[in-house]
Design a protein around this ligand. Sequence first.
Ligand code: NOJ
Length: 560
Amino acid sequence: MSRPQVASVVEAPRFGDDWWQRGVVYQVYPRSFADTDGDGVGDLGGIIDHLDHLGRDGLGVDAIWLSPIYPSPGLDVGYDVSDHEGVDALFGTETDFDRLVEAAHRHGIRVVLDLVMNHTSDQHAWFAASRASRTGPYGDWYLWRDPAGTGPDGEPLPPNNWVSWFGGPAWTFEPQRGQFYHHTFLAEQPELNWRAPGVEAAQFQMVRGWLARGVDGFRLDVFNAFLKHPDLPANPTRRGSSAWSRLDHRYDVDQADLPALITRFRDILDEAPGRMSVGELFVGTTERAATLTTDRHLVFDWELLKRPWDAAAFRAAIRRRERAFGPARWPTIVLSNHDQPRHASRLAGSIGAAGPDREAIAKAAAVIELTMRGTPFLYYGEEIGLGDVDIPPDESVDPPASWVGPEFQWWDRSQARTPMPWSDGHGAGFSSGRPWLRLGLDWKDRNVASQRADPDSVLSCYRRLLAARREQPSLQDGSLELVELGDPSVLAYRRLGSGTEVLVTIAFDRGGATVRLPVPHREPAWRPIAGTRLDMPSRLAPKDPLRLRAFEALVLVAEP
Ligand code: NOJ
């Protein structure tokens, strides 16, 4: 079942070691990025074709993270992997993948893969072998347990009270073995047993295989669920609004030996410089994310995803993150991803904003995302202000979305995974065929080509902000200090580092605000370098009042 390692096909890129701290990562959802073969599903060729949008002649991001590209029956849209070492034919060939890595590196873009190592698909060869024999070499590769007993009708009872994140019990009975297997997600996503020595060895061999093909890093899906308590005890119960929240997840996530496992994984990455890893925190707080962050491993926290468009809410989120991470740990910045409502819709929706106000909020949110302390992770489409798209239930491609009820509060993730509109031409330039998910109604106006031509578009604003971030070292690695400007509806913070000082101001209100800027620490004045509007003042003395229009944000650098 193991495959010979593929020889390195590209020269190691000559990138700085710490790019993953200073740089910006862009999440590509391959199914929806660009389709080259007309089957309506995005593919690797489509990513290659659009590297100019991502590289230095476009946004200038440092890396792309690809949501899973492995063979998969697709019940959790790729997060149910049936072969971690291959490329799904839906996306192209093995050669296409090597071409993508090579082409991305030529554009100065690193490639980060999404590793799903907590579970496999039930179609994975490991699971077939494990199901077939308790005593065979794969017998203990999954979490098998005998029934706790039999119910009134003679049915086998699950081994403990654990429940699935997607609703229902976290155990499914397998008649072939006469045992239950554990799954945190769908029954078709059986959980691997990381405590079986063969599992860790096989996972790490797979990691080495991708690194040998030139991959620069990994996003680890639900990494804090990899290890369970060895005895799989029942979780204590507590009050909550759903079956999941009524359990205190003491034994199925966040085990004490997780950091040691991540260290062993990182040791492999650190055999060569410049490789990054980021763990997706599963059900945890910002403080938990900070605890699991090390100097070599980033961890997503979800604080910013929960906040409405409100200066006080963002200030509180920033304060909480800064306190949790402290100066020694490096945070990530996430406003959207493939599991969450898109922030252009979410933030504007939180105050009932539409039309130009919605666009202004999308730009102002970009200012926050690209100037806070941490590594920003952009989600494809956000750079044109893409929003959630209404998907009729019969077109949904998110199975759990149909099980929603009082016990299972879920939303249809298809809404945030719709095709990227590249132009106002046929199929929005996404596909010559019928797209796997429908496009948003606004694609004729909201697309990359039209926004590229408009200096006042969301895309042009992203490009200016990314350029400012590249030019200002303090925006890359500086500390962050919240600043009060006397108007609570304005969020402001300073970034200090590498001898430069930057001030960021964001007006959250429809009415805008007039504020007085603080005195820079060393220099006499401020010079606006980027922001949400084009006609920026050229220089501002601290005593001058600064008028910020509705939802206007400004990035200023201290200057002599
Ligand atoms: C987290 C992924 O982001 C999500 O899309 C997926 O459903 C679960 N992990 C299970 O793999």
